[in-house]
Design a protein around this ligand. Structure first.
Ligand code: CIR
Length: 257
């Protein structure tokens, strides 16, 4: 079972970056409690949670997923599009060097982990407001050396590719068809989010459990009807910061010593 790298919620969270969402008041104490429950959910499904240092002055540091792409063979330090978020990288780099050889995405390319969806040896990467063609090309070059195929995917109306779709296991993708063209997942089974829950496409698969926000009961029912085991978590406050359940961890397998 994996290690889950996480970072504390910053007291400055209310100053987070926003792209597609309107700014709303965020209850930081509540965000901290929800994040603690999220960590417990990760532990319950078998993860060892490793907490990186807090960054009180970096509002978006909790969204650690965006800073790295980790596969079994290598860790790729991402290059967030917002300069304000690049200050999150040094502590992530220190942590990742314990587990993997490390390669960096170099300027002027940008790439955020929220745009990267790995399904086996195929890695779908969103072309978004945060990830550019250069970032996708660099990732393809690094991962290509290890036998992964990188597929570039157009994303619209949402922050990242994984705002629109997630891997559920059993060759099935949860998808919001308004934000990403489901045709890119040819050969895989698709499960569409409930039309009343457009933001329900972000789900975190750990082992055989799908962690998914409590806020989307209709989509959860569809997942359960299809036979997926769902662990619902409260994620309302980090959702106001435009983050989902994948965004707040980086999962990596580490061989037992
Ligand atoms: C940002 O705009 O960068 C943060 N407020 C939210 C990042 C969410 N990350 C993710 O979806 N992977």
């Amino acid at each position: 079972m994996p290690i889950a790298l996480v970072r504390p919620v910053s007291p400055s969270l209310s100053r987070c970056a926003l792209t597609f969402r309107e700014r709303e008041p965020i209850d930081v104490g509540r965000a901290e409690r929800q994040h603690r429950d999220y960590r417990r959910a990760l532990e319950r499904v078998g993860c060892t949670v490793v907490e990186l240092p807090g960054e009180p002055e970096l509002p978006d540091a909790v969204f650690v997923e965006d800073t790295a792409v980790v596969v079994d063979e290598v860790a790729v330090l991402a290059r967030p599009a917002l300069a304000s978020r690049r200050a999150e990288l040094p502590a992530v780099e220190v942590a990742l060097r314990r587990y993997r050889p490390l390669v960096r995405i170099e300027q002027p390319a940008t790439l955020e982990g929220g745009d990267v969806l790995r399904i086996g040896r195929r890695v779908f990467v969103g072309r978004s407001s945060r990830t550019n063609e250069g970032g996708i090309a660099q990732l393809a070059s690094v991962l290509g050396r290890h036998g992964y195929e990188v597929v570039s995917v157009a994303v619209q109306a949402c922050l990242h590719l994984k705002s629109a779709c997630s891997y559920l296991g059993r060759d099935t993708v949860l998808v919001q068809p308004g934000w990403v063209d489901p045709a890119v997942f040819a050969g895989l089974a698709l499960l569409e989010v409930s039309p009343e829950e457009p933001a329900a496409g972000n789900a975190l698969l750990v082992g055989e459990t799908v962690i998914h926000p409590v806020a989307f009961p209709r989509t959860r029912a569809l997942l359960e009807e299809a036979g997926f085991a769902v662990t619902p978590v409260e994620a309302s406050e980090l959702a106001k910061a435009e983050g989902g359940v994948t965004c707040t961890s980086v999962l990596l397998e580490v061989p037992r010593s």
